[in-house]
Write a protein that binds this ligand. Structure first.
Ligand code: NAD
Length: 478
């Protein structure tokens, strides 16, 4: 893939090229991408601003049709997008193709949301007046995205932003920008007017300040420290900010759990997609009575996975996406061992036919909630098991964490499930289901510092992507 920046409807070279490599095989180069300069980012913001009035007033039916068309094209090219995603990010081909499909469905969903654009009408307390509350576009949106869902996250930000009449400058992760290039190609093919979506690629630390100062709103997904930095940078210009950040998600297993369901939900939540999901389970909190049987089954499940090349149809767990993340994961494992945690599975590099970043699904037992392995987001196929006495202690341990994105519980007792649903401090709660794996028609996100500034997806996205206006109309009719 040769990817260029997309500014004001034109594909443009950058100041230099950045190359991506296949994490399943570091000897394979995947793409060359034009690196945008700060001046390019300024031009992209200016183009989005020029396009804004036209897009904000674009005929509703035509806007809906355009988003639907974009969704159709994404779905028709899902295999191609999925293959690029698998090569560049390392997600196994079936998951990568499904993610591309999800991106298409998101565009279809927001094509419908265009026609359900919110607004309210009220009687006034004063005779002869009515009140209209309308929801206007927030303006130019900078969408800054991570590498772990390189088509779904750009899609859910762009589809929602466009549906509510905004224009966009998209800045994808420098580690996996290929899918964002394809998304912009598809939006161009679908007929989006020039300037409504712009793409700038490169280092977020360099381009971020220009985007944050120039845009009306920033929708960011990525690591919590980066999110904090963005919030600080947005303060002087009071740019509206939405942050979707890290997780350290607890999954509780109670004595009354169905063991099959508990093991599979914990396994999927922990090791699915190589553990590189913000909603992945990283702390598994297990009550004493079921602890040994559960751990024995879960460790066996860990060693049953076939780890390998993302394009191999037999592979169940792909590589870690980047060398930096791989080394970080190994660092966490070494420190956990040194701190007294006991390895029940994995913990080592996996050798395969290709020179890939393969890490065995890893499970630590005998951990406590104070250990680094249970406090810092690992963002890899690694989890620690914490033994507790009962649901009360499980709730306390789950809540004893700065991050609050997703959470889960395995129990066959309805009252226990409901107690946890109420007690959880996270933005999302799963009962007898993995902490990761979410629908797109309902709100998505966590509580600070896992999330900030309004939820994404579903109709909840309107809260961030629109500004409210309250109009009083004195028509004089009593
Ligand atoms: P990251 O924060 O390193 O990078 C994300 C994006 O921010 C990239 O495009 C990067 O170039 C840009 N960036 C970096 N520094 C910047 C700065 N100073 N100003 C502006 N932009 C900057 O995150 P990552 O490593 O790509 O992704 C992994 C993280 O994302 C994990 O912490 C994970 O939990 C989180 N994540 C959260 C969600 C969610 O919805 N809550 C979803 C996916 C991933």
């Amino acid at each position: 893939m040769n990817g260029r920046n997309f500014i004001d409807g034109r594909w443009r070279d950058g100041s230099s090229l950045d190359t991506t490599f296949n994490p399943s095989d570091l000897d394979e180069q995947v793409g060359d991408y034009a690196r945008a300069s700060r001046a390019d980012a300024e031009e992209a913001i200016a183009a989005a601003r020029r396009a804004l009035p036209g897009w904000a007033r674009f005929n509703m039916q035509a806007r809906s049709d355009l988003l639907r068309r974009a969704g159709d094209i994404i779905l028709s090219r899902a295999a191609e997008i999925g293959r690029l995603l698998a090569r560049e990010e390392g997600k196994i081909l079936s998951d990568a193709t499904a993610e591309a499909g999800r991106a298409g469905q998101l565009f279809h969903y927001y094509a419908g949301e265009v026609l359900r654009h919110p607004g309210q009408w009220y009687d006034s307390m004063r005779d002869g007046l009515n009140i209209i509350v309308s929801y206007e576009p927030v303006g130019v949106v900078a969408a800054i995205t991570p590498w772990n869902f390189p088509i779904a996250i750009p899609a859910w930000k762009c589809a929602a932003a466009l549906a509510y009449g905004n224009t966009i400058v998209l800045k994808p992760s420098e580690y996996a920008p290929g899918c964002a290039v394809m998304l912009c190609q598809i939006l161009e093919e679908a007929g989006l007017p020039a300037g409504c979506v712009n793409l700038v690629m490169g280092d977020g630390r360099e381009l971020g300040p220009v985007l944050i100062e120039g845009a009306d709103a920033v929708s960011f997904t990525g690591a919590t420290p980066t999110g904090r930095r963005i919030l600080e940078m947005a303060a002087p210009s009071m740019t509206k900010v939405q942050l979707e950040l890290g997780g350290k998600n607890p999954f509780i297993v109670l004595d009354d759990a169905d063991l099959d369901i508990a093991v599979e939900a914990a396994a999927q939540g922990t090791w699915g997609q190589t553990g590189q999901r913000c909603t992945g389970s990283e702390r598994i909190i297990v009550t004493r009575g079921i602890h040994d049987a559960f751990v024995e089954r879960l460790a066996r499940r860990a060693t049953s996975y076939r780890v390998g090349h993302a394009l191999d149809p037999d592979t169940q767990i792909g590589p870690v996406a980047t060398l930096a993340q791989f080394e970080k994961n190994l660092g966490f494992i070494e420190k956990a061992k040194a701190g007294g945690a006991e390895l029940a599975a994995g913990g080592t590099r996996v050798e395969a036919r290709s020179r890939g970043l393969y890490l065995a699904p890893t499970l630590f037992v005998g951990t406590d909630n104070g250990m680094e392995i249970n406090r810092e987001e690992v963002f890899g196929p690694v989890a620690g098991v914490i033994k507790v006495e009962d649901l009360d202690e499980a709730i306390a341990v789950a809540a004893d964490c700065e991050l609050a994105l997703s959470s889960g519980i395995a129990t066959t007792n309805l009252a226990n499930a409901e107690r946890y649903r109420r007690a959880s401090t996270a933005g999302m709660v799963m009962i007898n289901a993995p902490t990761a794996g979410l629908d797109y028609h309902v709100p998505f996100g966590g509580r600070a510092p896992s999330g900030y500034g309004g939820r994404e997806q579903g109709s909840a996205a309107a809260e961030f992507f629109t500004e409210m206006k309250t109009a009083y109309i004195n028509h004089g009719v009593m």
